[in-house]
Design a protein around this ligand. Structure first.
Ligand SMILES: Nc1ncnc2c1ncn2[C@@H]1O[C@H](COP(=O)(O)OP(=O)(O)OP(=O)(O)O)[C@@H](O)[C@H]1O
Length: 668
């Protein structure tokens, strides 16, 4: 019979050989379970529950098989000195009922040399080993079995095992039971080893939440953003190759468009994306054309703005002047949000269809679009009433945005204004063309600080500017509700008010009127927050739900990196063509164990000979391998004539050794 012995390296891997080759005592016929030998005696040499109610048979001390010393090499662990006889395998084994693949894993214990009947052909002359591949029922551990009463004595469900701790390693003989449930684990579940998922009752990845689209759409949107931020324009003529540490300039607005507005004091502005050579990150550079900065102190507001970090404000990074565009330009650098849209583009631009925006008519929703048809109720949410559904439809048909989205914008923008006002600044860019939609219903005020630089010499009154912010905010609400940027001017005011009264709740009208009012005695951002306080709870709930969703998405990706690294190493090591004719490479030492382990992970078959393609088995094995746990598994040779009992820790060492051999060779 062939078997493998690792040549010289120390290992606890223990081969298991055919019991026919040994001088076995004949296994006494099986009795009922009360007469069966206690497995603790088989494995540890004693049972600490012998006198505490363990119902299994405990032989007198001279019969008790002592625990074998941990072998340092499989060559040492020969069958001649095998301290545990073949009938050891008939001792009660705790096999997880729930895990169909667990027959090949053994409970953590000291290395054991056990005689093993060939899995393929049990010999009638030798004691019948348990058929690990058969019914787990037979050895299944249930509430009524041996361990239930005993183990609950020392099981502490609240105790957390750390598979890496020294204490854990020393106490490996402590059996691992998961408490009074029926599930038996051969190894404690450890956060290093697997990724539990959040109960789907709370997180539904296939449904859109207020801030996060369904999983598939989210992935697509992220891919598109990544694609956009890496795309390079075909023609970038007339743009500087390098400017103030930025390179790869790409215009991201319509530079040559005839209807370009002159937003900043009649200064034209152009927006570019450029890569910063210091950190390699893309930024947005807004260039104010033909502007000559008269004094260096005009940059003071930039410094104040760069201190402001708020989730609804596009961060300001730096500013500089340049003549590289063949004029005197002021350039302000901001964080870049790929595929961001202005509120104007998202909600107000569409002249094609005054009733419904085009992307809604097409049934196409992207993350950047805040428009969404009234959504079906989701788990845990009360369904919208018939009234609110018809309200939303009505709002959309009139071209305005749904009320829920509108309140979300109001809360976010108000929150940004509050932060800015508290910092002693004014926003000054509360305008549909300067507020960006950077995610589903997520808005950020952009182009901040520019006005302050442009008007630095005018020494404007900050309180008046803050007051103006609120007025602009009111105008924005009117524009969004009525789908008209001129909703409050050109004699449209009364008509706009009617539209709002008809299509939105009274609260919208109240806040919009309060914001555009002049000379209101208590008009400040704190009063605004008092007025919208009822809406904050909904916003908070939706934001937290979005966080749960994103965490859930992240969980599903968490293991990728470590598993990918492991699989790469497998790929490098296994079946290298240059060693194809050299069995010493793949059939000996570490590489052989790795090869068998790969079979164990990927090439298992079920009792009917069909391939097992169980991803969770693969993930569990690879995670345990990556963590290098002490848990032992049995690796069976392809001819089923020999097998090895080896721990994940040892397999990990084998992989690392084989991989570093290859790395050394490649670097040499
Ligand atoms: N920080 C940013 N990240 C990503 N894209 C941005 C950023 N700031 C602006 N943009 C994009 O740049 C484009 C041009 O912005 P801009 O503010 O010039 O809008 P605009 O409507 O063209 O206004 P204007 O007519 O005043 O130039 C818009 O599509 C906007 O989405």
């Amino acid at each position: 019979m062939a078997f493998f012995a690792r040549p010289s390296s120390a290992s606890a891997a223990v081969r298991i050989v055919n019991p026919n080759t040994q001088n076995e005592t004949v296994q006494p016929p099986r009795k009922d379970s009360v007469q069966r030998r206690c497995r603790n005696v088989m494995i540890y040499g004693y049972c600490k529950f012998e006198d505490k109610g363990c119902v299994y048979y405990h032989p007198p001390s001279e019969d008790a098989t002592p625990a074998p010393p941990r072998s340092t090499s499989p060559a040492v662990a020969t069958t001649a000195t095998s301290p545990i006889s073949a009938h050891a395998v008939n001792a009660p084994v705790f096999v997880p009922k729930a895990s169909p693949l667990s027959y090949t894993s053994s409970p953590p214990s000291a290395p054991v040399t056990v005689a093993r009947q060939s899995l393929a052909s049990p010999s009638p002359s030798s004691p019948a080993p348990p058929d690990y591949r058969q019914s787990t029922e037979h050895y299944g551990y249930s509430d009524g079995d041996q361990m239930t009463e005993l183990d609950t004595q020392f099981y502490d469900g609240s105790q957390h095992f750390n598979g890496y701790s020294a204490e854990y390693a020393q106490n490996m003989e402590v059996p691992f039971y998961t408490g009074p449930s029926q599930v038996y684990m051969s190894e404690p579940l450890d956060y290093h080893l697997y990724t539990p998922t959040i109960p789907s009752a709370f997180v539904n990845s296939s449904a859109a939440s207020h801030f996060v689209p369904p999983s598939s759409e989210l992935r697509q949107v992220l891919q598109e953003r990544s694609h956009t931020s890496r795309s390079v324009p075909l023609i970038t003529s007339n743009l500087p190759e390098e400017l103030q540490g930025y390179h790869t300039f790409t215009p991201i607005d319509n530079v040559g468009a005839p209807d370009r507005k002159k937003f900043f004091f009649n200064f034209s502005s152009t927006v570019y994306r450029a890569i910063n050579s210091t950190d390699g990150v893309p930024y947005v550079l807004r260039r104010i054309e033909n502007f000559r900065l008269m004094q260096q102190t005009a940059f003071n507001p930039i410094e104040a703005w760069s201190q402001i970090r708020h989730p609804n404000i596009v961060p300001v990074h730096e500013a500089f002047t340049t003549r590289s565009f063949n004029d005197n330009s002021l350039v302000v650098a901001y964080s870049y949000y790929p595929n961001a849209q202005t509120l104007f583009d998202a909600h107000l631009k569409s002249k094609m269809s005054p009733s419904l925006p085009q992307h809604i008519q097409n049934g196409h929703r992207t993350l950047g679009h805040a428009h969404s048809l009234p959504q079906l109720p989701q788990y845990g949410q009360s369904p919208p009433s018939q009234f609110s559904l018809s309200q939303s439809m009505h709002q959309l048909q009139l071209g305005g945005i749904p009320e829920r989205v509108l309140w979300s914008y109001i809360v976010q923008i108000a929150s940004a204004i509050k932060r800015v006002h508290e910092a002693g600044l004014a926003v000054r860019t509360i305008d549909a063309t300067k507020i960006l939609l950077t995610g589903k219903n997520r808005v950020r005020i952009g182009s901040c600080a520019i006005w302050d630089v442009l008007t630095y010499e005018q020494h404007l009154d900050i309180v008046a500017l803050q007051h103006e912010d609120l007025q602009h905010f009111g105008r924005l609400i009117f524009a969004l509700c009525c789908n008209n940027t001129q909703a409050t001017t050109n004699g449209n005011f009364q008509k706009s008010l009617e539209i709002i009264s008809k299509t939105y709740s009274p609260d919208v009208k109240t806040i919009a009127l309060f914001l555009i009012s002049k000379n209101h005695p208590h008009k400040n951002i704190s009063t605004v927050f008092e007025m919208i306080s009822g809406r904050l709870v909904t916003e908070l709930e939706d934001a937290l739900e979005g966080m749960d969703r994103l965490e859930d998405e992240m969980l599903s990706e968490l293991e990728n990196a470590r598993l990918f690294r492991l699989l790469c190493k497998f790929g490098f090591i296994n079946e290298r063509p240059e060693f194809a004719r050299d069995p010493r490479w793949s059939e000996t030492g570490d590489r052989y164990i790795i090869k068998l382990f790969r079979d164990y992970v990927f090439h298992q078959i079920d009792e009917r000979g069909n391939p097992v393609t169980n991803m969770s088995h693969v993930l569990t094995c690879l995670n345990k391998l990556d963590a290098g746990t002490e848990e032992k598994i049995m690796l069976v040779a392809r001819d089923e004539q020999s097998c090895l009992v080896v721990s994940y820790k040892e397999i990990k060492a084998c992989i690392e050794a084989a991989f570093s051999d290859l790395s050394r060779a490649s670097s040499a």
